[in-house]
Design a protein around this ligand. Structure first.
Ligand SMILES: NC(=O)c1ccc[n+]([C@@H]2O[C@H](COP(=O)([O-])OP(=O)(O)OC[C@H]3O[C@@H](n4cnc5c(N)ncnc54)[C@H](O)[C@@H]3O)[C@@H](O)[C@H]2O)c1
Ligand SMILES: [Fe+2]
Length: 379
């Protein structure tokens, strides 16, 4: 038996932020970062809230930490926010979500609006937040429905200023969400529909969004792909690509989408038993990947060959987006890798995303995938 509830509201399209006009004479706190302050996006949002008493917390940093969340919580509490508007990429929205969760524990329930400015995490619709514990050197994903924003406002025009590199990384995050959701233990025909559409849109439009950030259609379709992939994985779950990329990101300070892009082809190979003789022909997960190959228009073939085509297609895309294909290429050297290796394996095993992976991996298997992600077979 499966209960399927979509509890958040959505407004999308050019000019969607005008909907903020519905908030009248409220105490509003905008949670954002310095980039949004500098590029004028924050001022535009504050202007749309002109009847309200608006305070701005602009200290969010990429990969938010527990310290940042505590600081932001204090700000929000001091201001007595009735409405919280999270404005930015996943980092700003995730910070706000962690604050919302703590406030809920204090029996304080502000209305929560998420306005993404990247097309990547889908955080505006998910029940996840990812917070870094700087002392433990770990990124901790938390899942709780109380963090789902009440309202998501998707205005793709806000993503036009995203630099190509960030477009590439965040776009690969979208693709990874859809891939993992499609094969995850919690996948069902409804989440499949979201994931399939997200993949179709992302494979078609990500290269264009990367090459020409001013292209309306590319930005609009990537924003929708991000939302749909978020809907898919918040219900179906993720997998070990995210578990490994959380651990790798925390250890080597590699952006989330970049770590996912480097890891994804190796996780697909592992999950579909591509490196085991005749493994892919017997693997139900390989069949699922083969369906994705068909959905994104790759030539029809048997299961094993379809998965190989799919991995090749992802590698081609990563290359086109100028993303490194290994940790080694991304600047991680062997001594650094060796120092962190066992801690990364442990963190990946303990990550909640691992529970949804279609294959239950042991430490040795995670290690083998990780060595490939690093880019070199170790002795
Ligand atoms: N909550 C979830 O469901 C979920 C899912 C995946 C990842 N994450 C987490 O989200 C975080 C990553 O989020 P992200 O990939 O969106 O990156 P981000 O929020 O860290 O932003 C990356 C950079 O892009 C800049 N930026 C954002 N919007 C911009 C714009 N419109 N114009 C110019 N610059 C802009 C930011 O200032 C920042 O410097 C990580 O911590 C990751 O672990 C969360
Ligand atoms: Fe992600």
């Amino acid at each position: 038996m499966t209960e399927f509830q979509i509890s958040s509201n959505l407004i999308f399209g050019a000019g969607a932020t005008d909907a903020l006009g519905r908030y009248c004479k409220k105490n509003v706190t905008v949670i954002t970062d310095a980039v949004m302050k500098e590029n004028g996006i924050c001022d535009r949002i504050v202007n749309l809230l002109r009847t309200c008493n608006v305070s701005v917390y602009d200290k969010v940093m990429p990969d938010p930490t527990l310290t940042l969340v505590t600081d932001c919580l204090k700000f929000v509490t001091d201001k007595g926010a009735e409405v919280i508007v999270a404005l930015g990429g996943g980092s700003a929205i995730d910070t706000a979500k962690a604050v919302i969760l703590v406030l809920d524990g204090m029996n304080v329930h502000p209305e929560f609006v998420a306005i993404p400015t990247t097309s990547g995490t889908g955080s505006e619709v998910t029940n996840y937040t990812v917070i870094r514990d700087e002392d433990a050197g770990r990124k901790i994903p938390l899942a709780d429905d109380r963090m789902i924003p009440d309202l998501a406002i998707l205005d793709y025009k806000l993503t036009k200023t995203v630099p190509p590199k960030v477009t590439a990384f965040t776009g690969m995050d979208v693709i990874t969400h859809a891939f993992e959701a499609y094969v995850a233990k919690g996948a069902n025909p409804i989440t499949d529909a979201y994931a399939e559409k997200a993949l179709k849109l992302a494979f078609e439009w990500l290269p264009e969004a990367f090459k020409n950030g001013d292209d309306d259609a590319a930005r609009e379709n990537m924003m929708m792909a991000s939302y749909l992939a978020g809907l898919a994985f918040t219900k179906a779950g993720l997998g070990i690509c995210h578990s490994i990329s959380h651990a790798v990101g925390a250890a080597f300070h590699i952006p989330h989408g970049e770590a996912n892009a480097i890891t994804l082809p190796h996780v697909i190979a592992f999950n579909s038993a591509l490196n085991v003789p005749f493994g892919a022909d017997k693997s139900p997960t390989a069949k699922r990947y083969a369906e994705i190959a068909r959905i994104i228009g790759l030539p029809a073939a048997g299961t094993r060959l379809s998965v190989q085509y799919l991995v090749r297609e992802i590698n081609k895309l990563i290359n086109e987006l100028q993303i490194p294909s290994s940790l080694l290429q991304a600047g991680v050297n062997l001594p650094n890798y060796t120092e962190h290796r066992s801690r990364i394996i442990q963190a990946a095993l303990e990550d909640i995303c691992t529970t949804a992976n279609p294959v239950d991996p042991d430490a040795g298997q995670i290690g083998a995938v990780l060595d490939r992600v690093f880019g070199k077979m170790l002795p």
